[in-house]
Design a binder for this molecule. Structure first.
Ligand SMILES: NC(=O)c1ccc[n+]([C@@H]2O[C@H](COP(=O)([O-])OP(=O)(O)OC[C@H]3O[C@@H](n4cnc5c(N)ncnc54)[C@H](OP(=O)(O)O)[C@@H]3O)[C@@H](O)[C@H]2O)c1
Length: 257
């Protein structure tokens, strides 16, 4: 995949993995990188950092509310932009027993992680196909591979992202659009603080996650999905081999340990 001269839109670009994707696409020669999130100050700071490397265009949008994806697409159109690569990275989780989670928080999480991701993919798809070198990169998680007692809704949203992305990878394989699901394991970012979640496991950096994604995007194999990090990749394979009841126990242990 050659992104030189293209326009890339990254959701959740105000920090963590999304900001690193934006930096990497800029360094790889993207002509324009559209930075989307709610925190205007952080988007402006990243746009200033990228000045001279690419044209960085911050757009403030809340993708956790109904209509958020449609409003973002309208904003992109008003600015006369056409997107070649869409990185659906914005996502959040909530730690705790399902029964204790606020219903509004659950709704916003599903809207952000699932509904907006699907809507943005569908709404931008015609121009990605027309581009001739379009790409969709969706950020899933190791939690897509097993039920996560303690983060039940989050894990289920990421299982959706993985399943959805692999299915459209097959549907779009003859269109020239590259499709990839990236599943990070624990990664240093604001994610755990926002989710009120304990910081368990071997942490990767956002740079390492983006390295994994670019190896897949730039290699010849064009996989439908990749898991980032040796330990996390090993875990994802083992999970596939054990009975479902054991998977549930493993998920619960991973959250509690
Ligand atoms: N960190 C991990 O351990 C880990 C592991 C596996 C998968 N992931 C996934 O990786 C992706 C990136 O997460 P991260 O680790 O980089 O966490 P992060 O630092 O918390 O970044 C999340 C990004 O999403 C944006 N966002 C949150 N709510 C939003 C909303 N309603 N509308 C628009 N943007 C919103 C945030 O920006 P604003 O707050 O400014 O809106 C931020 O830019 C997520 O999909 C996450 O599920 C993370």
């Amino acid at each position: 995949m050659n992104v030189e001269g293209t326009t890339v839109l990254v959701t959740g670009a105000s920090g963590g993995i999304g900001a690193e994707f934006a930096r990497r696409f800029a360094r790889r020669g993207a002509a324009r990188v559209v930075l989307v999130a709610r925190s205007e100050d952080k988007l402006d700071a990243l746009a200033a950092e990228l000045k001279g490397t690419t044209e960085a265009i911050p757009i403030v949008a809340d993708l956790g509310v109904p209509g958020g994806a449609q409003r973002l697409v309208a904003d992109v159109r008003t600015r006369g932009l056409r997107i070649d690569t869409l990185v659906n990275n914005a996502g959040s989780g909530s730690y705790g027993d399902f029964a204790g989670l606020a219903p509004e928080r659950i709704g916003a999480e599903m809207q952000l992680n699932v509904v907006s991701l699907v809507e943005l993919t569908r709404l931008f798809l015609p121009e990605l196909v027309e581009s001739g070198r379009g790409a969709v990169v969706n950020i899933a998680s190791i939690t897509a591979y097993l039920p996560m007692s303690g983060m039940a809704v989050y894990g289920a949203t990421k299982a959706f992202v993985l399943s959805f992305t692999e299915a459209i990878w097959h549907e779009l394989r003859k269109t020239g659009v590259t499709v990839l699901a990236v599943s990070p394991g624990p990664t240093t970012s604001d994610f755990h603080r926002v989710a009120d979640a304990p910081e368990n496991g071997n942490f990767e950096t956002p740079q390492q996650v983006v390295d994994t994604a670019f190896r897949a995007l730039e290699g010849s194999r064009r996989p439908p999905s990749v898991v980032s990090g040796r330990t996390t990749r090993f875990q994802s394979r083992v999970i596939g081999l054990v009975p479902r009841r054991t998977r549930i126990t493993l998920g619960a242990r991973a959250m509690a340990s």
